[in-house]
Design a protein around this ligand. Structure first.
Ligand SMILES: Nc1ncnc2c1ncn2[C@@H]1O[C@H](COP(=O)(O)OP(=O)(O)OP(=O)(O)O)[C@@H](O)[C@H]1O
Ligand SMILES: [Mg+2]
Length: 233
């Protein structure tokens, strides 16, 4: 969870009370990630009071983020997934300077104001000093379907905005996730929709995950490894 100012992973994984401890690995003190649903996770949320605003300058946030990444006992992982805050902030720059990012998945709702931010995000990753491949876009809250009218789709945030942007920029659209009350409720409960593969919404998230895996494999086959970005301070 790279959102230093608004961490939400501890709540979404129902591990708000977890307090990661330090372990000794080859003489180094490392933070032991919290594990839930087969995912090892770290978040600044484990270390700060959840009701208190974190009044940090960018540099402090960047240092905290670097520690969560580099000073943790991650062990062998299949994937290292970074959930970023919205926008193109100091946090994003720190990530690009700290890790060779395989690829970025851009999530947006379909309305114009959100798409403007998505466009900036894509531009940042595609900048010729950054060169992080865009694996694809996800259109979240693509439509709303009420339980009592399962045939109806209401395009509350506009229709297919992400699909059009993806087409325009020649980026794959990995998924369209509808606005569903249970997605919100399950997230707040700390039992995300992906934990329920027997439901349609659960399936939508598993399909998205599979699409990301496919894109990552392909990217690794056809494109060279990303270089860590060197930015002059
Ligand atoms: N498709 C959806 N249907 C219903 N609720 C949703 C959906 N997508 C997201 N939400 C709700 O909105 C919350 C925030 O969504 P999400 O984490 O995707 O947003 P974000 O852009 O990462 O927000 P933040 O700025 O807080 O990081 C979720 O925890 C969930 O409660
Ligand atoms: Mg977020």
């Amino acid at each position: 969870d790279t959102d230093i100012f608004g961490p939400s992973m501890p709540k979404m994984f129902d591990v708000e009370d977890a307090r990661p401890y330090a372990v000794d690995v080859d003489g180094r003190k490392l933070i032991e990630p919290v594990e839930k649903y087969g995912v090892k996770l770290l978040s600044i949320g484990f270390f700060v009071n959840s009701d208190t605003a974190t009044l940090w300058r960018g540099g402090m946030a960047s240092n905290a983020l670097k520690q969560l990444i580099a000073d943790a006992n991650w062990g062998d992982l299949d994937y290292f997934i970074l959930d970023t805050p919205p926008g193109t902030s100091d946090i994003h720059l720190t990530l690009l300077q700290t890790l060779a990012i395989t690829g970025a998945v851009i999530v947006s709702t379909p309305q114009s104001v959100a798409l403007a931010d998505a466009r900036k995000g894509i531009d940042m990753y595609q900048n010729d000093k950054v060169n992080v491949p865009i694996l694809g876009m996800v259109e979240n809250m693509a439509w709303f379907t009420p339980a009592e009218l399962p045939e109806n789709k209401y395009y509350i945030f506009g229709k297919e905005g992400c699909k059009q942007l993806a087409n325009e920029l020649h980026i794959p659209l990995l998924a369209q996730i509808p606005l569903v009350q249970s997605i919100c409720e399950d997230g707040d409960k700390g039992e995300p929709a992906a934990c329920h593969p027997e439901t349609i919404t659960g399936q939508a998230f598993l399909n998205l995950a599979q699409a990301v895996v496919t894109k990552v494999n392909r990217r690794n086959k056809v494109q060279p490894k990303t270089k860590i970005v060197e930015v002059k301070e």
